[in-house]
Design a protein around this ligand. Structure first.
Ligand code: NAI
Ligand SMILES: N[C@@H](CC=O)C(=O)O
Ligand code: NA
Length: 440
């Protein structure tokens, strides 16, 4: 058998601890599969004496991950610290500059510096593998980098954040509050160190921009993305979606249009019978439309220590096998510039929830504003608040929820119509607007 592959692991938190356990449990299997034994020889974490449930005394210890990257006797540097700068960035750059292969789960780092890191890796003959960075345990990076290289891709989309999907699923199924669901996701090791990255959509955006680059052969365009998180989603929206035959999911979508590539992250109403609507809890799903293969959908755990470790170790195994696939599926120099499609031109159906003053003519005013903007309404439903006046009487001071579903229209038309509606004094608060995606 070839020489042992020496691995240094930086960051012994949720994912790092699972990586050590996985390698301890399945090291023999990996050696048989790759023809090379893989052994962790060095680790870096902040506190050597912390009880992590496993013994770290057999590893060379580095308090500073950059030192491990620069001086450690290792072949692979596994970065599981997190963050798009600081020790994660410095240590990865140092390892690659030395020609040490890098495996990372850090999507924030790749979204910001992916192309620059790919260039350093290429210049020094090192691998940079990051399967765990996108949709956790789902092998989507490998699928795009290798298995779909013979296809022209027109769209890639999916549920890319386990924390948000877990929150939305439990809010719908169990009626649990947003805050309680989020703290459970944190306790289970799904959330980012700063969970606002999850719930405000940034984590999904980090993953989507990596997928866009892999799918379309473009440079990573982290700033060119439309972004909305799930913090404005209420149980009223979830219930209304259910009654209308939809579920609400946080989707990341990258789609080729006539004017460029649309990169967008936002809560989305998807038909209940679509494949993506069945994906619950911490599971993620990614769909890719290829011109020869058609649509493929991969689903599986998107977060959690063990599922993520599965992807990290598969990347280490690829290094052991001698797999040298280019970082972004092609050399960095061959990546095209990303051309952004304007979000205002986005076309689709919309769900609008308005809080309408119960006054004569209010409905007509709303329908008129929509009509003026060229928007056709598929349905309009008034949902009386429990305890409000019986039908036949009205209470001017008690706004009532009204749900509109539009036929396909443009983002610019919807936004303009809602502004006009707000200016007419018929609604009590800013309207809620959720895009509808009619997926299979
Ligand atoms: N938890 C999950 O489900 C997933 C996490 N990821 C990514 O994996 C990476 C790690 O995530 P987790 O394990 O969840 O985070 P974590 O917060 O549990 O672990 C990070 C570890 O890095 C250590 N650390 C921080 N600064 C350090 C430094 N200067 N030197 C050495 N160690 C340092 C921390 O003490 C902590 O133990 C992040 O990039 C995250 O986005 C990716 C997919 C899933
Ligand atoms: N916080 C992330 C972890 C995996 O990438 C998530 O919830 O998906
Ligand atoms: Na993955």
């Amino acid at each position: 058998m070839a020489e042992t592959l020496k691995v240094g692991v930086a960051g012994l938190g949720t994912v790092g601890a699972s990586v050590l356990r996985l390698l301890a449990k399945h090291g023999d299997q990996i050696a048989r599969s790759t023809g090379r034994s893989v052994s962790v020889t060095a680790v870096s974490a902040r506190d050597r004496n912390k009880d992590r449930g496993f013994d770290v005394s057999g590893f060379e210890w580095f308090t500073d991950p950059v030192e491990m990257a620069e001086k450690g006797d290792i072949d692979v540097f596994v970065e599981l610290i997190g963050g798009d700068s600081g020790p994660a960035e410095d240590s990865v750059r140092a390892a690659l500059a030395r020609g040490i292969h890098v495996v990372t789960a850090n999507k924030a780092l790749l979204a910001r510096h992916g192309v620059a890191l790919a260039e350093i890796a290429e210049a020094n003959g090192a691998c940079l593998n990051y399967e765990a960075a996108v949709a956790g345990g789902i092998p989507i990076v490998k699928t795009l980098r290798e298995s779909m290289s013979g296809n022209g891709i027109s769209r890639v989309y999916g549920i890319l954040n386990g924390t948000c999907n877990y929150i939305l699923t439990r809010m719908e199924a169990e009626g649990i509050s947003f805050e309680d669901c989020l703290s459970d996701a944190q306790r289970l090791g799904y959330a980012e160190a700063d969970p606002t990255f999850d719930i405000e959509g940034n984590d999904t955006a980090h993953k989507l921009v990596i997928l866009t680059s892999l799918a379309f052969g473009t440079r990573i365009a982290s700033d060119d993305i439309y972004l909305e998180g799930i913090t404005s989603i209420t149980t009223a929206d979830i219930q209304a979606a259910d009654e209308l035959g939809y579920r609400i999911k946080l989707l990341g979508v990258a789609q080729q249009t006539e004017t460029g590539i649309e990169q967008r992250v936002h809560p989305t109403m998807v038909p209940k019978n679509s494949a993506i609507a069945q994906v619950d809890g911490v599971l993620n799903a990614v769909a890719v439309d290829g011109d020869f293969v058609g649509e493929i959908v991969l689903a599986g755990p998107g977060a959690g220590g063990d599922a993520t470790a599965s992807a990290v170790v598969a990347d280490v195994a690829d290094v052991a096998r001698g797999d040298r696939t280019p970082v972004l599926g092609m050399l960095a120099v061959d990546l095209k510039d990303y051309q952004r499609a304007r979000m205002r031109l986005h076309e689709g159906g919309y769900y609008i929830r308005l809080s309408v003053y119960d006054r004569p003519g209010a409905f007509a005013e709303i329908a008129h504003c929509m009509g003026n903007a060229g928007i056709s309404l598929e349905s309009i439903v008034q949902k009386r608040h429990a305890g409000s006046e019986a039908p036949g009487k009205y209470d001017e001071d008690a706004p009532q929820p009204v749900i509109l579903i539009t036929y396909e229209t443009t983002e610019v038309a919807i936004k303009e119509a809602l502004e006009v509606i707000m200016s007419k004094g018929v609604v009590a608060e800013k309207p809620q607007m959720i895009r509808i995606e009619n997926l299979n």
